[in-house]
Design a protein around this ligand. Structure first.
Ligand SMILES: Cc1cc2nc3c(=O)[nH]c(=O)nc-3n(C[C@H](O)[C@H](O)[C@H](O)COP(=O)(O)O)c2cc1C
Length: 198
């Protein structure tokens, strides 16, 4: 298995997917990783809706918004759509607010677990929640927090040192470049303002 540190460094958001089905048992194992994530006060307000049937996928796809900085260049083209989704739902009878930390922990478990299986992911919050609730029969009392769009990658984005903008871009060959602030820009050593070089 890949080393966890390498996986974390290698992970990039994927928005173009090969049209190869993800086995259901793998999707359920990914939910299992989400289930086991840290949870504030161990309240566990999250549930997970797994979508892999092609007809349902087709109905979900139009209500997702991709890569706003480069719209529409970041949209999955026909034949590059996600092959599965995991919707992260909040049971609002358990928690009405403060669940976002739990979502973050569960989502990252799922995303990194997927990567160990060669599966890429785009975590989406720009989604039409009302439409998705109707399509998927999600009742009142549940909120859609995020949609994890999954599939075997058909692109290989690369990370870049931050220059003057957080905006990712596509080059002339279609490769996505994702700027990240450097370690020296985000770390303070022992006291605020004490920077490391680099
Ligand atoms: C909470 C959250 C919400 C996001 N929502 C969207 C989204 O709605 N659509 C999208 O295309 N990407 C979305 N992303 C992906 C980010 O654009 C992406 O993480 C960022 O550009 C950095 O790229 P990287 O994931 O490869 O490091 C989201 C990421 C996070 C953490």
């Amino acid at each position: 298995m890949d080393n966890l540190l390498d996986l974390i460094k290698r992970r990039r958001t994927i928005r173009q997917f090969r049209q190869e089905e993800i086995p259901e048992n793998i999707l359920l194992e990914l939910v299992n990783l989400g289930r086991l994530a840290p949870s504030a006060a161990n309240m566990q307000p999250l549930e997970f809706l797994v979508v892999h049937e092609p007809e349902v996928r087709k109905r979900v796809f139009p209500w997702l918004r991709w890569a706003a900085y480069i719209n529409p260049a970041g949209n999955p083209q026909p034949g590059q759509e996600p092959t599965a989704y995991i919707l992260i739902l909040v049971n609002t009878k358990i928690r009405q607010n403060g669940y976002e930390y739990d979502v973050g922990a569960a989502a990252e478990n799922i995303i990194l677990g997927a990567l160990t299986q060669g599966i890429g992911c785009c975590w989406l919050i720009s989604v039409d929640r009302e439409r998705l609730k109707n399509i998927l029969g999600i009742p009142d009392g549940y909120k859609i927090d995020s949609v994890l769009a999954l599939g075997y990658p058909a692109e290989s984005p690369v990370v870049e040192d931050f220059q003057d903008s957080v905006k990712y871009w596509k080059d002339e060959t279609g490769v996505l470049h994702v700027p990240k602030r450097r370690l020296s820009q985000v770390v303070h050593l022992n006291r605020f303002g004490n920077r490391i070089s680099g």
